[in-house]
Design a protein around this ligand. Structure first.
Ligand SMILES: Cc1cc2nc3c(=O)[nH]c(=O)nc-3n(C[C@H](O)[C@H](O)[C@H](O)COP(=O)(O)OP(=O)(O)OC[C@H]3O[C@@H](n4cnc5c(N)ncnc54)[C@H](O)[C@@H]3O)c2cc1C
Length: 171
């Protein structure tokens, strides 16, 4: 079924018209990107489900997208990939310091457990942003979501700071 109403993969003129319908009032430079394009391609976006994990296996592990590919709707893929590299290197160094047989497998499992938790957290945000970005009332819904979440974070921070100050006053 053609959800867009045209052949997205092959009909460049229809794609151009469709994009101009949405971005026609954007700055000229951005509009030119659409007007000047002489080829286009549609790509699928993939995401592993929240809760995706595997049984630890000595001698092998994964980092980056191979471990937790997620849609680009929160811009976190590279960040967590680099965090994985850092944490895995720490796990390897820690295993060397322990120096016992089996330490490496145990430390790598520790790396994996923490990575699964972090990846799930980011996959949830990515999914939430995805739903807002592709909502029929986007980008309003997306902006509202950001404002609400930022507002909540600010309130939480303020409450934590008030509690801390009250605690300090009692001491
Ligand atoms: C449209 C889009 C926008 C994005 N925006 C952001 C963003 O703003 N911020 C952010 O943090 N992340 C973003 N990401 C996600 C980010 O690009 C990825 O999370 C990141 O590149 C993953 O790095 P990686 O090294 O794990 O995997 P990859 O970058 O996929 O690297 C894997 C490499 O392995 C190679 N390879 C595959 N199979 C083999 C094989 N058999 N032999 C040898 N080599 C092989 C591939 O060619 C590739 O070069 C975005 C992704 C997309 C698609």
């Amino acid at each position: 079924m053609l959800i867009s109403g045209y052949d997205v993969m092959n009909d460049l003129d229809a794609a151009r018209k469709d994009f101009l319908g949405t971005y026609g009032d954007w700055k000229e430079e951005y509009r030119d990107l659409i007007l000047e394009a002489d080829e286009h391609s549609a790509r699928n976006m993939y995401q592993l489900p929240v809760g995706h994990r595997w049984e630890g296996k000595a001698g092998i592990t994964l980092i980056g997208d191979a471990a937790h590919v997620m849609a680009p709707t929160s811009g976190e893929g590279v960040n967590i990939g680099m965090l994985d590299a850092l944490n895995l290197s720490k796990a390897i160094v820690a295993a060397r310091d322990v120096g016992e047989k089996g330490a490496l497998a145990e430390k790598v499992r520790g790396y994996e457990e923490a990575m699964f938790v972090k990846a799930d957290e980011l996959k949830r945000t990515t999914r939430m942003n995805w739903e807002d970005m592709f909502h029929r009332d986007a980008p309003g819904v997306l902006i509202e979501g950001f404002v609400r979440r930022q507002g909540l974070a600010a309130v939480k921070q303020e409450t934590a700071s008030d509690t801390h100050q009250a605690h300090q006053r009692k001491l």
